[in-house]
Design a protein around this ligand. Structure first.
Ligand code: JCF
Length: 676
């Protein structure tokens, strides 16, 4: 401490520094110092405040959490009502909106109106009141006139400044915006809830609402909420710019978070272009949005336009197609997969949701059916967000028919009548019929012909179903015995397509060991494991002869998979099918030992961040020696990313592309294993 710095001054310096770091991190999404630096300054401030408790202020960054739980929320009357928005659902609605504005304003200029646009966040509308730059109150919108005082909860949200930055803010300033939960935080929260056996939140909006409605601010503090500001309410003792976009930019200079996608466009045409561009990126945003808000940018024009009932005439929300819809469950059926897994599926009254018509939704397993307590006849909420498969999120219990019965796992397979077995430790129930079960045979065949397996073109699902049902095909080996006449007589098959199909069945005879192993459909043996087996053992005979111990000695194969492999080859039926396939002419080249010593052949790796146990060049050399390619940037072609401390954009990209990431310890373990 410099001798001329007083304690109060030093305290304020530390607080300002923390506010600045916080602003960079939470508002700009652009941290400039490591977390450790923030923690250091925070601890320094905390220690100094502990020595001088009389100098603690409510705006100190140390004061965000720690308040005692409330017993109830108090009501807050909004000085200016918090409005809702009119909706538009089509381009036509947007042109009508523009026309209404032109008519009312008697707009005769030949330039279109200017609009401010931003994504409409799916969260909870709140009001923040700043007096002399200090946050004095946070309130929910409630019914627009009266909300609840959630001051203690909003104070825990790091993107909400307790003290405005800079200068020039009005003496009283009410800022309005949306508190929301970013997708990542939502996923993390629900994963944790499921792990504890708690009920997950249905969507990020409910999670945000539930987190804000906590009487104990310590719970809110753990929920990673954010706030984005979109307008002002009460403003006194100061001036703001004369247009909406500049007002928001002004708020940003005071440390308030505004939406990074905010833009200014001309006319309904410009609005629609913005809408289309953002629709494309909707699923890549860090948060969920349900549309775009367009506002007449000029505040003087907004004032001339005024309000109708509860909504401003000068704004509109152009909604995206809904991602949640309500529909009815017609039935709950059980499907049998390739490995016998019995999956409950909800057959739905078709419903348009998330841009497609959905008529089925998987219920995953009986645990999920029990968790949801979903029954035939129920009204359910279906959600299809992004490209994710449709989910049943909840049952609307008040609409349940009186006679709806709870779903039971069938005792026998719905296809082959064999016993259904549910291992206590597993969520999945299985048909014990094996390949005597028609459903498993069909699925095994579909897998066998699939592109990454034997790649037989022209053998679609329907045709396989028909071939199995007509008993023309029992096992993959039967495919190679099919005659032109049999194929041509199948529904929707002609002379030509039969010839083509026979040709591609014939072509599939020349294959590779890894493809063949994968095509066998051994439980848990995917493409990568099949390749590992091929490269490590070199021949099918060697794989078939391998013990569980030998299998486990190869990378990526644990005790469970090893057991599946051994038991697969142990079954007489499977050995017979393999023999028959080879008899029919299916063949491949064994993998030479040279290649076998290159288990990473064909894989692309990326190293990023700092490695501490060996120089990056050495790690690269070893990976190359094992047959991998080592690339400098992450792309969809990357197989693995090794990330050390300080990894940045490459790691982010890998996560975005769902590429497996390992740390240095995992890499070392892998290298050791291969080099033994
Ligand atoms: O992001 C939102 N949910 C959002 C809601 C954005 C806005 O600009 C809004 C709003 C509700 C009312 N503007 C108004 C006037």
């Amino acid at each position: 401490m410099k001798p001329d710095t007083s304690i109060p001054q030093l305290l304020e310096q530390l607080r300002d520094q923390l506010r600045h770091y916080n602003y960079q991190y939470y508002v700009l999404d652009d941290p400039q110092v490591p977390d450790a630096e923030y923690d250091r300054v925070f601890q320094q401030l905390k220690a100094l405040e502990d020595e001088h408790p009389e100098l603690i202020t409510a705006e100190s960054p140390t004061q965000r959490v720690g308040a005692a739980p409330l017993t109830a929320f108090t009501q807050v009357r909004h000085e200016m009502p918090m409005l809702s928005l009119d909706n538009a659902f089509s381009a036509d609605d947007m042109y009508s909106f523009e026309k209404r504005l032109h008519d009312r304003l008697k707009w005769i200029e030949d330039t279109p109106l200017t609009f401010a646009c931003e994504p409409k966040l799916d969260g909870i509308a709140v009001s923040l009141l700043y007096e002399q730059g200090r946050l004095v109150r946070g309130a929910t919108r409630g019914d627009g006139s009266t909300g609840e005082d959630i001051s203690l909860n909003v104070r825990t949200i790091e993107s909400i400044p307790l003290q405005l930055m800079g200068a020039g803010y009005p003496e009283r300033l009410e800022v309005r915006g949306e508190i929301y939960m970013p997708r990542r935080s939502f996923t993390r929260l629900n994963e944790a809830a499921l792990k504890r056996g708690d009920k997950p939140f249905v969507n990020p909006r409910n999670a945000a609402a539930g987190s804000l409605r906590q009487l104990d601010p310590k719970i809110t503090a753990q929920r990673s909420l954010e706030m984005c500001c979109y307008s002002v309410g009460v403003v006194s003792g100061g001036e703001l710019p004369d247009n909406h976009a500049d007002i928001l930019r002004q708020l940003a200079t005071w440390g308030l978070k505004i939406n990074a996608e905010m833009a200014v466009v001309q006319g309904a045409k410009g609005c629609l272009e913005y809408y289309d561009a953002l629709s494309e990126r909707r699923n890549q945003l860090a948060y969920e949005i349900d549309g775009i808000v367009f506002k007449v940018n000029d505040i003087a024009l907004q004032q001339r336009l005024g309000f109708v009932s509860r909504a401003p005439r000068w704004a509109i929300a152009h909604k995206f197609p809904a991602q949640e819809e309500i529909t009815q469950v017609k039935a709950i059926e059980f499907q049998v997969g390739r490995t016998g897994a019995i999956t409950p599926v909800a057959r739905l009254e078709p419903v348009f949701v998330g841009g497609v018509t959905v008529s089925n939704a998987t219920l995953h397993n009986m645990d999920e059916v029990e968790r949801l307590d979903v029954r035939a006849g129920d009204s359910v909420i279906i959600r299809r967000a992004g490209d994710v498969i449709p989910q049943v999120v909840s049952v609307v219990l008040e609409r349940r028919p009186a006679d709806a019965e709870a779903v039971q796992l069938p005792a026998t397979c719905p296809v082959c009548d064999a016993e259904v077995i549910r291992v206590a430790s597993e969520a999945v129930a299985r048909c014990s019929g094996g390949l005597s079960c028609g459903a498993q045979r069909k699925e095994a065949l579909k897998h066998y012909v699939s592109r990454k397996a034997m790649d037989i073109d022209g053998l679609g699902e329907k045709l396989i179903d028909a071939l199995v049902e007509k008993e023309l095909v029992h096992s993959p080996a039967d495919l190679y015995q099919l005659h032109h006449r049999q194929l041509a007589s199948m529904e929707r098959m002609g002379d030509k397509s039969a010839t083509k199909l026979l040709q591609s069945i014939d072509n599939s005879k020349a294959t590779e060991l890894a493809n063949f192993i994968y095509a066998l459909g051994i439980r848990e043996v995917g493409e990568a494991t099949a390749r590992t087996l091929a490269l490590h053992f070199g021949s099918l005979e060697a794989v078939m002869a391998a013990s569980e111990e030998q299998l486990q000695a190869t990378p990526d194969i644990g005790p469970v998979v090893a057991q599946y492999i051994v038991s697969f080859f142990h079954q007489v039926h499977n050995r017979e099918v393999i023999d028959a396939l080879r008899q029919a002419g299916v063949h491949w080249q064994d993998v030479s030992l040279d290649q076998a010593s290159q288990p990473l052949l064909g894989q692309t790796w990326v190293l990023t961040g700092t490695l501490e146990q060996m120089p990056r060049s050495e790690a690269k050399k070893q990976l190359l020696a094992l047959g991998a390619k080592v690339a400098g940037s992450v792309s969809a072609k990357t197989d693995y990313v090794v990330a050390g401390p300080g990894a940045g954009s490459k790691l982010q990209k890998a996560e975005a592309l769902n590429i497996p990431v390992m740390d240095e310890a995992e890499l070392m373990a892998l290298l050791t294993q291969y080099n033994e």
